[in-house]
Design a protein. Structure first.
Length: 335
């Protein structure tokens, strides 16, 4: 058998997926990794990403010159006046203080850090903190153990930065939205505002949330058979495009990947190998041998026939087999 376990095909497949996407669903469809594991792996990826580490490196300097506004807040004082007297509040305070004439409630000026840019910063730090905390049950066989330790360290550092006094009440002010549900309008204003450069590290982290895994991670988590199937899938994709068939971006649904009538069912998706798995074009099952270690063509074809369960099927032992497999599928598409 002469089929390449070609990382370039997997990288290309990842570039062709529909964005935005639901990360756990998409990674399950492409790699066959269980959703629980996917969420933990995404956490490790986010927490150790260059964007996250740049945020952690730059935040201490940013904390020394956070954007803020000047506001007034009511302050109860005794024997002194620290700003304009709020007489209604003062009279109420005196009524509860045995009519002490030295009690005043003043409008005291102060700095307010609950502004959109700081909400963006807090949201980004929470992403890193929560992502790092999610890795505790990731198996070292799925991810490098040193990266898992780094993810946990970054989560702890993000937690310490969030405890800074000037950030503690950000997102919790009267009428303010919770920071962990930052809306797209606030993000857009922070991204396009005059202080966007200073807060760019935080914005970069938040932009990763919807697309947290790059092609390097996808290749790293692919076994040899998955890489080989991706190579065949891309060859089928190209054969369809060469016939003038427009191929839409790939989307994930119920554990499989699809682009028009072309589907990819990873054998491990949903942990159910009894499901149809392989590459399906219209009603034809196209796949590589179950074992890539020298199975005979006849044995591999017999196995594929059983798995196809009466469907037309085509075994791919080399990429030269792909055009005939596509022709078989297209010829039988109206059956």
């Amino acid at each position: 058998m002469d089929l390449p376990a070609n990382p370039a095909a997997t990288e290309r497949l990842w570039s062709l997926i529909q964005r935005p996407y639901e990360p756990s669903e998409m990674i399950e469809a492409v790699l066959g990794i269980e959703r629980t594991d996917v969420k933990q792996l995404i956490g490790a990826t986010l927490a150790t990403s260059p964007a996250a580490e740049h945020l952690l490196d730059t935040t201490p300097r940013l904390l020394r010159k956070l954007v803020n506004t000047t506001t007034t807040r009511p302050e109860r004082v005794v024997g002194s006046i620290r700003g304009p007297v709020l007489w209604s509040e003062t009279l109420s305070a005196r009524a509860s203080s045995n009519q002490n004439p030295d009690v005043f409630v003043c409008a005291t000026p102060g700095r307010d850090f609950d502004v959109e840019e700081n909400r963006v910063l807090v949201a980004a730090l929470r992403v890193v903190r929560d992502a790092g905390r999610a890795v505790d049950s990731v198996a070292a066989s799925l991810y490098d153990d040193s990266e898992l330790r780094r993810a946990r360290r970054n989560a702890q550092l993000a937690g310490r930065l969030l405890s800074d006094g000037n950030l503690r009440d950000v997102g919790k002010g009267k009428g303010a939205k919770r920071t962990n549900t930052l809306d797209s309008r606030s993000l857009a204003r922070a991204r396009n505002g005059s202080r966007a450069t200073r807060y760019r590290p935080a914005l970069d982290v938040l932009e990763m949330v919807d697309d947290p895994v790059d092609d390097r991670h996808v290749v790293k988590l692919s076994d040899r058979r998955t890489l080989t199937q991706h190579a065949v899938l891309m060859a089928v994709h190209d054969a369809m495009a060469s016939r003038g068939i427009k191929m839409p971006p790939y989307r994930a649904w119920r554990g499989f990947l699809f682009a028009g009538h072309l589907r990819y069912h990873h054998p491990r998706a949903r942990r159910d190998r009894s499901r149809l798995h392989g590459i399906e074009l219209h009603n034809t099952l196209i796949d590589v041998p179950e074992s890539l270690l020298g199975d005979s063509r006849k044995g591999a074809l017999d196995e594929l026939a059983v798995r196809a369960d009466g469907r037309p099927h085509a075994l791919v032992m080399t990429l030269d087999d792909v055009p005939a497999a596509v022709e078989l599928a297209l010829a039988g598409r109206h059956r």
